[in-house]
Design a protein around this ligand. Structure first.
Ligand code: ADP
Length: 329
C-alpha cells in the first residue's frame, strides 16, 4: 500500500527554539519511515513579518542545517524551499477565491497579530492560511505534523479542500494535524503564551544557545508563587510548563520529577533542568557545527528536494486546471 503523504514547514526567521523542536521537528524525524514526508523551508511565509526577513538566505541554510543535524534525512524525506515552487502561489490564488474574508478574519493567529500591532494586518498575513492550504494540498498531504498553535490553520485547509472538492470534483484529501507528546511549549517569561521567536530571546531556548545562555535563561525563567514543584497547570502553570520541558529532555515523567524535587526549591530544580537541556542539545549542536561548514551541500539538498517537489506540484496544478476547466498549454 502507498504511504500517506505528510507535509510541514517552518519559517526561516529568528532562531529555531525548543517550541519548534518539540512541537514539530522531533515528530518529523520520527515519521520519516512511515510517511512520504515533505518538509519545507517556508521562506515566503516569513515575508509576513517584515523585521524578520533580514539575512533570509543565511537563515534558510541555518534552518535546513539544523533540520539535518536533528536527524532529517534527505534520502528519506523531500526537503525543499517554498519559494522555488511557484505553483504554491498559483494554487494559493485559486484557493483565495473559495473562502469569505470574514472566515480568515476569525483566525486566532491573525487576530493576535493584529491586536499586538494593528498596522501589521497586511493582506499577506490574512492570506497566510490560504497559502498554507496550497502548500499542503499541492502534495495531497493527508497528515500535517505541527504544534498545537497551528491547528486552526489546518481547519482552514480542510475547509478549502472540502469547498474545492464540492465545486470542482474530488481531488484533495482533508488533512489532519499530528501532534507530539507535548503539543504546545510555553514561553519562559510569560507562562500563558506559547514559546515563540516573536516574544523575545529570553522567552525561549534556541537550539544553538550556548550552555551559559541556557543556564541564565532557565535561572531567570518565571515561576509561580509557593516553592513546591508540582504539576498543576491551572494553579502552577509556570512550573508545570518547566516540568513538561524537563520531561521532554530527560524522559523522566512529571511524577518522578515531583518526587525527586519534593524537598528542594526552584533553584536546584532549575539548575538540573538547564543541565538536562544542555545534554539534550549538545549532540545536535555538534552535528550542526560540522554540517554548517559546508553551506553549498545544504543548498544542494534543498535544490534537489525542490526539483522533486516541483514535479509533484506541477502534476497537481495541471489536475486542478483540468478540474476547473481552464485551458492548459
Ligand atoms: P514561531 O511561532 O516561533 O514563529 P513558526 O510559526 O515558524 O514559529 O512555527 C513552526 C512550527 O513550530 C509549527 O509547526 C508550529 O506549530 C511549531 N511551534 C512553534 N512554536 C511552538 C510552541 N511554542 N509549541 C509547540 N509548537 C510550536
Amino acid at each position: 500500500m502507498a504511504k500517506e503523504t505528510a507535509l510541514s514547514g517552518i519559517r526561516p526567521t529568528g532562531e529555531l527554539h525548543l517550541g519548534n523542536y518539540f512541537g514539530a521537528l522531533r515528530q518529523w524525524v520520527s515519521i520519516q519511515e512511515k510517511y512520504d514526508c515533505h518538509f519545507m523551508v517556508a521562506d515566503l511565509h516569513s515575508l509576513t513579518t517584515l523585521e524578520t526577513t533580514k539575512n533570509i538566505k543565511e537563515k534558510t541554510l541555518e534552518l535546513a542545517g539544523l533540520w539535518l543535524a536533528s536527524g532529517l534525512n534527505p534520502k528519506k524525506s523531500t526537503i525543499f524551499l517554498q519559494s522555488a515552487i511557484p505553483e504554491h502561489g498559483e494554487l494559493g490564488s485559486i484557493f483565495s477565491t473559495l473562502l469569505p474574508v470574514s472566515m480568515l478574519e476569525l483566525n486566532p493567529t491573525y487576530k493576535e497579530m493584529v491586536s499586538e500591532n494593528p498596522k501589521a494586518g497586511s493582506f499577506g498575513i490574512m492570506n497566510y492560511p490560504v497559502l498554507q492550504a496550497a502548500d499542503i494540498l499541492i502534495y495531497k498531504a493527508s497528515r500535517v505534523p505541527i504544534g498545537k498553535d497551528q491547528d486552526p490553520h489546518i481547519e482552514i485547509t480542510r475547509e478549502i479542500a472540502r469547498r474545492f472538492n464540492r465545486r470542482f470534483g474530488n481531488i484533495f484529501p482533508e488533512p489532519r494535524s499530528m501532534f507530539d507528546e507535548v503539543p504546545k511549549i510555553y514561553s519562559l517569561s510569560s507562562p500563558q503564551k506559547k514559546m515563540s521567536k516573536s516574544h523575545g530571546p529570553d522567552s525561549y531556548i534556541a537550539l544553538l544557545d550556548s550552555p551559559d545562555k541556557i543556564r541564565r535563561k532557565i535561572k531567570s525563567s518565571v515561576t509561580d508563587s509557593g516553592s513546591e514543584i508540582k504539576y498543576d497547570e491551572l494553579n502552577k502553570p509556570a512550573i508545570s510548563h518547566l516540568l513538561d520541558i524537563f520531561y521532554l529532555v530527560s524522559d523522566k515523567s512529571a511524577k518522578e520529577l515531583e518526587k525527586k524535587y519534593k524537598n528542594s526549591g526552584y533553584a536546584e530544580f532549575k539548575k538540573d533542568l538547564a543541565e538536562a537541556i544542555i545534554k539534550h542539545l549538545t549532540p545536535i549542536q555538534k552535528k550542526y557545527a560540522e554540517i554548517s561548514k559546508n553551506p553549498k551541500a545544504i543548498e544542494k539538498i534543498l535544490k534537489d528536494g525542490s526539483e522533486r517537489a516541483r514535479a509533484v506540484a506541477q502534476k497537481t496544478t495541471r489536475e486542478v486546471k483540468s478540474k476547473i476547466g481552464l485551458l492548459d498549454f
